[in-house]
Ligand binder design. Structure first.
Ligand code: IPE
Ligand code: IPE
Ligand code: MG
Length: 262
């Protein structure tokens, strides 16, 4: 199938670094940015860039499957992206619908568990139903957790978690005094997954744009100038190599005893 996952093919030769020996992130989150600029550079409408971005989505999924990354969370549509022109939003919705129809069976075959995170209530019933069906169909898979953030906002997630906790208090299932960051964490999207180790944003902007706020408290941030449709396995390898160079201290000190740290 054109543009489908190609796991049966041999792994591409590493670009500049041998990443096979590196410590891999368990959970990668990506702000897939730059589709519009990619299209503009080709004198094409913005939707052309969104369409081209699908290839990079497939490459990222394939990369994660190949290297045993447990979770991949992709920012596909933010709660603020409704501000875009109607025809662009419409083109994106159509793209999501078609992608769902085309890709779910194959992803299921590869053991991918698909989840959509965000406020799904805003979507047209046909799209929402397909999203729910994809989640239901793949919910027992455990090779890769693929989370697609749609109508998602980090602030929405925080408000939603707070509301769920408040409702649990109202039902008598949770004592208000017991609410701390550990109990609240259970009500956030992605609570069942390892924390986001590596946060990547393509397209050159260095901001979060209301993506995962709570879940990225100790993520390593990696910004790439490459526009999303051009972000391929070699780019991901570079991000992984960058991640492996980082020293994660979580507010403590370096793991190596006796080593002087500033
Ligand atoms: C990201 O690419 C995709 C979505 C937000 C849906 P953009 O559409 O933001 O592309 P640029 O940033 O305008 O180039
Ligand atoms: C973030 O990109 C949202 C997605 C990639 C889905 P935007 O293009 O919407 O972010 P801003 O507007 O540059 O902050
Ligand atoms: Mg953008």
């Amino acid at each position: 199938m054109e543009g489908s996952l190609t796991l049966s093919e041999p792994a591409p030769a590493p670009a500049e670094v041998d990443i096979s020996t590196l410590s891999f992130p368990r959970h990668v989150a990506i702000v897939m940015d730059g589709n519009g600029r990619w299209a503009r550079a080709r004198h094409r409408p913005r939707r052309f860039g969104h369409h081209a971005g699908q290839k990079a989505v497939r490459a990222a999924i394939e990369f994660c499957l190949r290297h045993g990354v447990r979770a991949l969370t992709l920012f596909a549509f933010s709660s603020e992206n409704w501000r875009r022109p109607k025809d662009e939003v419409g083109a994106l919705m159509e793209l999501f619908l078609k992608a769902l129809d085309r890709e779910v069976d194959e992803l299921h075959g590869h053991g991918v568990r698909i989840a959509f995170i965000g406020d799904l209530s805003a979507f047209a019933p046909a799209l929402r139903e397909r999203m729910l069906a994809a989640m239901e169909k793949t919910r027992r898979n455990d090779r890769l957790a693929l989370n697609v953030a749609v109508n998602y906002g980090g602030r929405w997630d925080i408000a939603h978690a707070a509301k769920q906790a408040a409702l649990a208090v109202q039902r008598g299932e949770l004592a208000a005094e017991a609410i701390d960051e550990h109990t609240l964490a259970r009500y956030f999207c992605l609570a069942d997954l390892p924390p986001v180790d590596l946060f990547i944003r393509t397209g050159g902007e260095q901001r979060i744009s209301n993506f995962l706020l709570w879940q990225t408290a100790y993520s390593e941030l990696c910004f790439s100038d490459v526009l999303w449709p051009d972000f391929d396995a070699a780019c991901l390898q570079r991000a992984i190599a960058e991640f492996a160079r980082r020293e994660r201290r979580y507010g403590g000190l370096a793991a190596t005893p006796g080593e002087a740290r500033r």
